[in-house]
Write a protein that binds this ligand. Structure first.
Ligand code: MG
Ligand code: ZN
Length: 282
């Protein structure tokens, strides 16, 4: 671990005052509980007929899910209010593992840090590797390593809030949250951000927006990354665009290569404009 980045920059419930039980009881897969919720009535019927006493357990699971989603929604609203008060722009960056979020953030921070004060919240199940890669920029970075408290595959707004409280919010313009690599449940947990960016690399194929519609439907912006690899791939751009249009006709699209820098200028300008707008807001 580098000097710029040490144990105190890691998120762990022990590093903070204990929250409510629902904050620490989050399921590994929120989606699993949602499915239980959806099929609850049929489960109820079946269990009554068979005489098994699992209904009570299901009710408890549903109660936990409702508590988590409700608590997440409330904390997201608090984050939003805090960011509004401090006029800080926050991005929730999501993608599947290996789509190039950290390389993109490296580029973005490099392009923006002379004009804006930036902080990063890194979410990973395990390792601090991504945070260490960004440490060279000498900006505040907080790593949430969920393996230390249950291995959750998404970030929740209450954790983001606790991380934000560690930053000097009067001296920040932009917070980038690099969510955990996963196209499923990060879509369900709003963080109170200003913009959701989903990063999709061309190596992942054209079908992801069709397979994970909620992720693309709840995102404001899509970054199509690794376009430098297009000449080596049999990629059907029309098919991708059709799939995107189905999932979210309003999504903003940037095609770029975070590795070569091609196409980065448009995204940097878009984010700069949004930071400026937030700073001018009342
Ligand atoms: Mg990461
Ligand atoms: Zn999850």
């Amino acid at each position: 671990m580098s000097d710029a980045f040490n144990e105190s920059s890691l998120f762990h419930p022990r590093n903070f005052q204990t929250g409510t039980q629902s904050e620490t009881l989050s399921p590994r897969h929120g989606i699993k509980f949602k499915k239980i919720l959806d099929s609850f009535s049929s489960l109820c019927k079946k269990d009554t007929l068979s005489g098994r006493s699992t209904v009570k357990e299901h009710i408890m699971e549903i109660k936990i899910l409702q508590d988590i989603l409700e608590s997440n929604k409330n904390a997201a609203a608090e984050v939003k209010e805090l960011l509004k008060k401090k006029r800080i722009y926050m991005i929730d960056m999501m993608s599947s593992p290996g789509s190039g979020k950290t390389t993109l953030n490296d580029r973005l921070i490099g392009a923006l840090k002379n004009n804006y004060r930036i902080a990063v919240i890194e979410g990973d199940i395990k390792t601090t590797k991504d945070a260490e890669r960004l440490a060279k920029h000498n900006i505040p970075i907080f790593q949430i390593e969920t393996d230390r408290f249950g291995g959750d595959c998404h970030l929740e707004s209450s954790w983001v809030k606790k991380c934000l409280e560690q930053f000097d919010l009067d001296n920040l313009d932009l917070v980038i949250v690099e969510n955990i690599g996963n196209l499923v449940c990060p879509a369900e947990f709003e963080l109170g951000d200003d913009e959701r960016i989903v990063v999709l690399s061309v190596t992942e194929g054209e079908d992801k927006p069709a397979k994970y519609p909620l992720m693309f439907n709840t995102s404001d912006t899509m970054v199509l990354n690794k376009i430098d690899l297009l000449p080596h791939l049999d990629y059907n751009m029309d098919e991708l665009m059709d799939n995107i249009k189905q999932a979210n006709p309003k999504i903003r699209i940037f095609r770029l290569s975070a590795k070569t820098g091609e196409g980065m200028d448009a995204l940097v300008k878009h984010i700069s404009d949004n930071i400026d707008r937030k700073r001018r807001s009342v």
